[in-house]
Design a protein around this ligand. Structure first.
Ligand code: HEC
Length: 129
């Protein structure tokens, strides 16, 4: 039995709509990467992180002197290579305690949106490049 012409047209129309919907979804979906935009992360870093982690990310911010353990040196390439992007996002989101580190590194999820945390994480990464 041969499919009727209107039937074929209908199927082609559905196919075209499906392709259009898929293209729309791909174009509007947010970037799926773990890290965000480092340039956008610079502002929040200076506001919330620099006091401890330092302007250059080397862990020598003015508040760092009072901390034990001290914040790590984000410019140390060999050390930073041992941390995954997922870990960096997690420690900023959940705080140091969630990964077995200092509770003085607090959770930032009440202050920064998930996208902002991704941007800050990208900025943290940029110190070792
Ligand atoms: C009150 C000081 C303080 C502030 C403010 C602070 N941190 Fe931390 N941070 C720490 C300390 C202390 C550690 C834990 C160091 C350790 O235990 O090795 C830490 C750990 C981290 C780590 C994990 C490093 C590692 O080696 O595992 C990341 C990443 C990080 N902080 C990013 C940030 C970001 C981004 C911000 C701002 C949103 C921020 N911190 C704000 C003190 C601070």
């Amino acid at each position: 039995m041969r499919a009727s012409r209107p039937m074929i047209r209908f199927c082609l129309l559905i196919l075209a709509l499906t392709v259009a919907a898929a293209l729309f979804a791909v174009n509007t979906a947010p970037a799926a990467g773990v890290l965000g935009d480092a340039a956008k992360g610079a502002g929040p870093y200076k506001t919330y992180c620099m006091s401890c982690h330092g302007e250059k990310g080397d862990g020598t911010g003015p508040a760092a002197a009072a901390l034990n353990p001290k914040p790590r040196n984000f410019t140390d390439k060999a050390y930073m290579k041992t941390l995954t992007d997922e870990y960096v996002v997690k420690v900023i989101t959940e705080g140091g305690q969630a990964v077995g580190k200092s509770p003085l590194m607090v959770s930032w999820k009440a202050v920064l949106k998930p996208e902002e945390i991704k941007d800050v994480a990208a900025y943290v990464r940029s110190f070792a490049k």
